[in-house]
Design a protein around this ligand. Sequence first.
Ligand SMILES: [Zn+2]
Length: 379
Amino acid sequence: MNIVDIKQNNRKKIYFYIRENNFATKQDIAYDLQLSLPTVTQNLEYLCKAKLIGSNQKLSTKSGGRNPIAYSYIADAKVAIGLDITKHSINGVVMDLMGNVINRIFLKRDFRNNGEYFILLGNLVENMIDNIHLDRQKLLGIGIAMPGLINEEQGLVVDGRVISNTGISNKDFVKYIPYPTKLVHDSNASGFSEIWMSPEIHNAFYISLCNSIGGSVLVNDKVYMGDGLYSGEVGHMNLVPNGKPCYCGQRGCFDAYCNAERLANYSNDDLGLFFLRLKQGDEMLQKVWNEYLDYLAIAVHDIRMLFGCKIILGGYVGAYMKDYMDLLCERVNAKNPFGENAHEFLLPCKNKVESVATGASLYFIDEFFKNFGKNPMED
Ligand SMILES: [Zn+2]
């Protein structure tokens, strides 16, 4: 490590110390991080000047001596926006550096691959910024999550048959959204948001049980992309030879048995209503749900055998899974050759409503933290 690296490293340590503790005095920092007071002072001055921390609080001391200055974390020093674009709706969030959603929008609007739709997205972004009087300098970027096979490095939807978005690229957005943008796969965004909010989990498989099924492989806190673009696309694992037709053209895919629409179809396309009636004891829905769990258990078992890691149940159905974990785990346990208890590796998602949008925004926040200390004045 050279002298520049050490300096950057100290700044990063001090910044994250204040983030973790919310506020701290110069003496706390010097003592806990074992740094000299001049080093701490110099870095605090830098961070204050960059408006990443504040120094306006004073701690009271029992001794009655001079109160030391407490340096506080500024959570909205930088923010990122995430957009979740689905077939029939747009969900957007503004996220601060602590992972708090500080503004959100939800709009029922059918996806269209045309200029009018992109103008609408641009206006939504501007409204979200204006509504909270946000200084645009603070905006790190906008993560745009969509279904489809997405080459995230090139920013291009390669196969978008779920919402007909094939061929859409970052370039389509920049005309209307004048900020850094990143196009991400929706299930990857959700999986990333779960792992970001679960510091104790570093490896997991995230199953997204939405109107189409997706998944995300998370290794060492990162999304594993594989060599192609469809790592984690468990929706098209074959569960039943020659089974029900899937939208992909094949038969017997996991998606054809366990997508959220299959359940919602039994209750006026309203998944919430499905689970309400299920709770009320509707016999027909009990049967549908039991069959659903039978198939879901096969997929969960196969994924466990393949990765041997935690499995998170997310998406629209995942949001309701908490009350049915015993039923599902029972089924998964019956298949396990090693006597494992699924309660120890199978979890319902934490982020129940906005995981795609929050995950899309977190890409920028994660990047900001990773590069912290490398840029002058962190801008
Ligand atoms: Zn399929």
